[in-house]
Design a protein around this ligand. Structure first.
Ligand SMILES: NC(=O)c1ccc[n+]([C@@H]2O[C@H](COP(=O)([O-])OP(=O)(O)OC[C@H]3O[C@@H](n4cnc5c(N)ncnc54)[C@H](OP(=O)(O)O)[C@@H]3O)[C@@H](O)[C@H]2O)c1
Length: 244
């Protein structure tokens, strides 16, 4: 589909990657861009229409789908990452919040907007992560929620093929936003992710592997235990000197 003339809705459009997605859509000539955010007052990009939306609130999701019934391109960008381990976390709170937002919130948006998109086929972009297909020791329970989001993305692609809706999965390693602010590692710019994403939408491609690390890790999956997990275990979980 063409971005020019489309009507897009971006979740989490107040900051980070969502803010850049919305700006890029305006720049590429989208006819209308809804910038959805928990705090719509923070959606200040020129040409973007602010909409109040918490994706974990099903009533609000339904209301927004009703009010924005002209949407042809849904960009599910909103997400949370609590950098929480599975065993060492004090409770399940972080894991539940990540699953509630990244999986159930995204699923609820896809379900609400599927009939809206049906009118003109349209497209859905789900913003995921390299941790959708491998478990990082830096953010394990986040990875579980992104893996669940990948599963739903593959599932809705099949279910929505009947109505011709393109479903694009976008995966990236570290992106230079608040979410990765505490991480000292190479980061891709949000502008590059946005550019690659909308080029994929226009080309009808179903997957974006936005950076080299994401492409490398995906290519290693057939040998993930040897190439990915064993080295990570050595780096992050090697027994302390003298123990055992
Ligand atoms: N940064 C990275 O390294 C990285 C890497 C790969 C993938 N991603 C993914 O990229 C997407 C954007 O992340 P980012 O880097 O821009 O992170 P960010 O700077 O932390 O922004 C996250 C955005 O999601 C919104 N959000 C969180 N929970 C929400 C909810 N329940 N309802 C509506 N909006 C909600 C936030 O809104 P508030 O302002 O209200 O909190 C904010 O706009 C996420 O899906 C993330 O998982 C990020």
């Amino acid at each position: 589909m063409k971005i020019a003339g489309s009507v897009a809705l971006v979740t989490g459009a107040d900051r980070g990657l969502g803010r850049v997605f919305a700006r890029e859509l305006v720049g590429r000539g989208a006819a209308k861009v809804y910038g959805a955010a928990r705090n719509p007052a923070a959606v200040t990009q020129p040409g973007v229409t602010p909409i109040a939306l918490d994706i974990t609130d099903p009533d609000r999701v339904a209301r927004v789908a009703h009010d924005c019934s002209d949407v042809t391109l849904l960009v599910n960008n909103a997400g949370v990452m609590k950098a929480s381990p599975f065993i060492g976390a004090p409770s399940l709170d972080a894991a539940r919040l990540e699953m509630e937002t990244n999986y159930f919130g995204t699923l609820s948006m896809c379900r609400a907007f599927a009939p809206v998109l049906a009118a003109g086929a349209g497209a859905i972009v789900n913003m995921m992560s390299v941790t959708s297909f491998y478990t990082s020791p830096l953010d394990p329970s986040y990875g579980a929620s992104k893996a669940a989001e990948l599963s739903l993305t593959n599932g809705i692609r099949m279910e929505l093929s009947r109505q011709g809706t393109l479903v694009v999965a976008v995966h990236a390693s570290f992106i230079d936003t608040d979410m990765a602010a505490g991480i000292d590692a190479p980061k891709i710019s949000p502008e590059s992710v946005a550019r690659q994403t909308f080029e994929a939408v226009e080309a009808g491609e179903i997957e974006v592997l936005a950076d080299e690390r994401t492409r490398t890790i995906k290519s290693q999956l057939p040998h993930d235990h040897e190439l990915i997990y064993a080295p990570l275990e050595q780096i992050f979980f090697a027994p302390a000197e003298g123990s055992g």
